[in-house]
Ligand binder design. Structure first.
Ligand code: ATP
Length: 353
């Protein structure tokens, strides 16, 4: 039976990369059906909401989704992430010749940031400090009590053992898959475990315990600020990096910059029963409607989607077709120093397939 993929076009410049990517995937003539959900501005005009019930139903009836970025985290993306419990955000960063990296020596950069996607700070449980009074919060090491008479706001950061174990397991499986293709088989966990000695230390400890169950893998740990600088100084040391929601959000953008910018890095959000694929970058509203947005991230997300659906050979073929455009250097988009349009770049990819 054909696999069904729900397409969410996204907003601002996002449809300019989603539409040609899906066209290329459709052109590969695989047993995959793409169905288009009405969301975003189009849905607001028609239904008065950016995420109508019909779109939710389409997602529920699909095996996975390919998604353009949206301006807000609620709506369709909130549903995909929290409603479908896609807790593992896989963000690969790989340098290939032809990319404009700001580093003197980018050769050999090839790692994944695996970011926990639904816990940490980003569910956005916030409120007034006064609400915390009943908890009588105290840091025993510092002997500091929280002054709940002060005016201000708090944000809660939650990490459960169950999700932490699940994400660490995925990190190990990814490292094993990469090892089978010649990777070093290394998992590095990063958090602020020296300061957050309960929550971030639990994250670190569970990562270590999980990796130790895989004798073929090596384990490393870095405090998050050190990790941020190690990414710049020696990114080649990394294979699979695992980190919490906010840390992964920030460092994955840093990682994109190492190889040439946000236009280049795809991501997959995996749950136990659903997955969706898209770009790390946002909606790029400043360049919307100009046909200049770099489609690389979305095309590589398309390759990740194919791999997820069991089309490994086709996924590698699409990835190679995208990277060949960089090796040839003739049809690069503006962010990569060229003057090709989005459409021209995609035509070059099609020709390489
Ligand atoms: P979000 O918070 O939603 O992730 P953001 O703040 O990271 O969004 P983006 O929309 O990713 O912002 O855009 C940041 C900058 O990078 C903008 O100047 C945008 O034009 C540029 N940019 C993002 N994606 C691309 C792309 N694919 N091609 C070219 N430029 C891009």
């Amino acid at each position: 039976m054909a696999k069904r993929v729900c397409v969410v076009q996204g907003e601002d410049a996002a449809p300019e990369v989603v539409v040609p990517t899906v066209q290329i995937l459709e052109g590969m003539n695989l047993d995959v059906e793409f169905i288009w959900a009405e969301t975003g501005d189009e849905a607001v005009a028609k239904y008065g909401t950016s995420f109508p019930e019909s779109a939710k139903k389409m997602i529920d009836e699909s095996d996975c989704a390919i998604t353009g970025s949206t301006r807000n985290l609620g709506g369709v993306h909130g549903y995909l992430r929290w409603g479908k419990k896609c807790f593992a955000n896989v963000r690969p960063t790989k340098y290939v010749p032809g990319l404009i990296s700001p580093l003197k020596n980018p050769e050999g950069i090839d790692f994944i940031i695996l970011r926990e996607n639904i816990e940490g700070l980003y569910p956005g449980w916030e409120g007034d400090i006064a609400q915390l009074a009943p908890l009588k919060l105290k840091n025993d090491m510092l002997g500091v009590m929280l002054d709940t008479t002060a005016k201000g706001k708090f944000a809660v950061k939650v990490n459960t053992e169950a999700i932490t174990r699940d994400i660490c397991r995925i990190a190990c499986e990814l490292a094993m898959q990469r090892k089978a293709r010649g990777g070093p088989g290394k998992v590095t966990v990063s958090s602020k475990y020296n300061v957050l000695t309960q929550s971030d230390e639990m994250f670190r400890r569970i990562a270590e315990e999980t990796v130790r169950q895989y004798p073929e893998l090596t384990f490393d740990q870095l405090i998050i600020d050190n990790c941020a600088q190690q990414l710049v100084i020696n990114p080649q040391q990394f294979d699979v990096l695992i980190m919490g929601n906010q840390h992964g959000d920030i460092l994955a953008d840093e990682a994109s910059a190492l190889i040439g910018g946000l236009g280049l890095t795809p991501n997959a959000c995996l749950g136990k029963e659903f997955a969706y694929f898209g770009s790390v970058h946002g909606t790029a509203p400043d360049i919307a409607g100009q046909n200049i947005i770099n489609p690389t991230a979305m095309l590589l997300a398309g390759a990740m989607l194919l791999e997820h659906l069991g089309y490994g050979k086709e996924a590698s073929g699409l990835e190679a077709a995208v990277y060949k455009v960089y090796q040839d250097g003739k049809y690069l988009t503006r962010d990569q120093g060229g003057d090709a349009s989005t459409t021209r770049f995609c035509e070059a990819v099609k020709a390489n397939l």
